[in-house]
Every structure is written in C-alpha cells, then in structure tokens.
Design a protein around this ligand. Sequence first.
Ligand SMILES: [Zn+2]
Length: 327
Amino acid sequence: MTFSTDRRSLFKLGLAGAAGVVAAPQIMTRAAYAQTEMAGPIPPDVNRFMLGGFEVTTISDGLRPGEGPHPIFGQDQSAEAVAELMEENFLPSDRFVNGFTPTLVNTGSELVLFDTGLGEGAREAGMGKLRERLATAGYSPEQVTIVVLTHFHGDHISGMTEGNRPAFPNARYFAGQAEYDFWTASDRMSGPTEQNAQLVETKVKPFAERTTFLADGDEVVAGVSAMLAPGHTPGHMIFLLESEGKRLALTADTANHYVASLQRPDWHVQYDADKQMAADSRKKVFDMIATDRIPFIGYHMPFPSVGFIEKMDVGYRFVPVTYQFLV
Ligand SMILES: [Zn+2]
C-alpha cells in the first residue's frame, strides 16, 4: 500500500513538473496509468551463487521457442506418449522453449567459462547474449582466463569467436581429446557430420595450439575435473566441481529436456549421436548425482539451470534449486 501511494505521488510530481503546473487533475493521473504500455516478459538471465570458495554464475545465452518436444525428444515414441508426459508435467505438448546456459566459475585464481553459447550469428534471433550478459554480471571477455568446451555442437562453440577474432582473447582452452579427434577426422567433412565439422574448423581448430586436451578424469584446475559422458557426442564431457567440501556437477548436454530426458532417460533424442550410449550416460550420471545428492547445472535445464535430482521408480525428477545456496 505504502509503495503504491509513493509511486502515485511521485508520478503526480513528475507530471506536474512536465506540465509546468503545481498539481495535475486526478483524472489525468488515472488516464496515464491506464495507458501504461505492456512491458513484455522479463526472463531471468544471470544468476550467481557461492560454492565453497568458488563463485558460480550461470548466464542465459538466450531462449529458442519452437515446435516440440516430440519428435526431438522421444524420437522412438508416439507423439501421444510424449504429449501425455508433457501434460502431466504442466507443459504444452506441441511447443517447447530451449534455453542455453554457459557457466562462469571464479575459482579465486582463474575465471573459467564453460561453453560459449550461440555467438554473434544468433543475435538477430535474440540469442548469443553471453557477451552482453557477462557485462551485466560484471565481467569483461578479457577477464576470462580459461574456456572449457564440454562438446563441439554449435550452441556450445559458436561464441568462441567474435568478428572472426577470439572472443576471449586472454583465455587458454580445455576440450575433450576424443571430441576433438572425432570432429577433426577428415571423413567428418561430408555426410551428416559435415555442417558441424565445418563449424569446428572455424570455431575450435584455430585454438588447438592453446588447447589442453582432456581424457576421462583429468583436472582442468584444482577442484575442477572432467568426466567422459559420451553418447550425445562421441567425446561429450561433464565437469565435477569441488571447493571447501561443496560439490557441483556441470552435466552439459547429458540431459537436454528437464522432463523428457530425466523422467524418461531411455527415450531417444534426435540430438544424441548414439542414442543407446547417451541413455546409458544419462543413467550413470544422474544415478551418481541422485545418490550423492549434489546439485548440478545442465546447459539446457530451465534457467537458472541449477537443480537436484530425485530418483523415481522410472527415471528422475528435476528439483530446481531455490534458496539452498543463499543460506
Ligand atoms: Zn547443447
């Protein structure tokens, strides 16, 4: 009540000032309120919390609404089966919004960026927002000391360059050896892998000399280790963070829809290169997270993309983080 009274009187003052009169008639104030333009939705786009001595920032690179989730998710299922699961979970059955969430971790000595978003090519469509939102979060691209790539799909590597120059000019890079070997093999430059291999050629290969290639279990920096979770791509990696006894997993694209991929981990996903291997990795990774009760960040989970995993009779349930990191 107090708030609205204050706003109202402030508004009247402003109006009076503009009109050059002492007091505006009450009716004008009412009319002005009625004419307030619709401001549009404001999706959250930056979120920061502490994990022990690490500061973790998730940044939305943008949202992409489209048709689905079927047949992208549940490719081997009927449209009805997918629709039923969506409706059970209060989601539309014929539309879905995909989100993209790079994560920045300040370890105290390094500023580590995990994945780089869709880049400048997606800006016209309202994505590729990482750079702009880095600034919102108080960082400049020059401050990033390490860029880690979880895998080489376009929504993770396209932000590596900006205007044909390195987007993070002071960074060194980490990426999976298996992922690099797969995408840079000469026979990837034709057939179904051609388009993505071309992208790797321009977005990843030029940085090879400054890249440390990771195998399963390797450490990026103290408290950040890599784990191979293949299937989505042949060398797809997740990252396990630990600081002062606090743990967090960055599961990247192990699961890409918070309902379809988690509640039905065996359902085939169009984006997964090897459907069975991807399902096996999903179950291995989310069993681990559920058992250890550790929080995780998923690149395509609903923003701020941080949650816990509850194991169900079939599959898992995504439990979004609320105030766990604020206490
Ligand atoms: Zn992705």
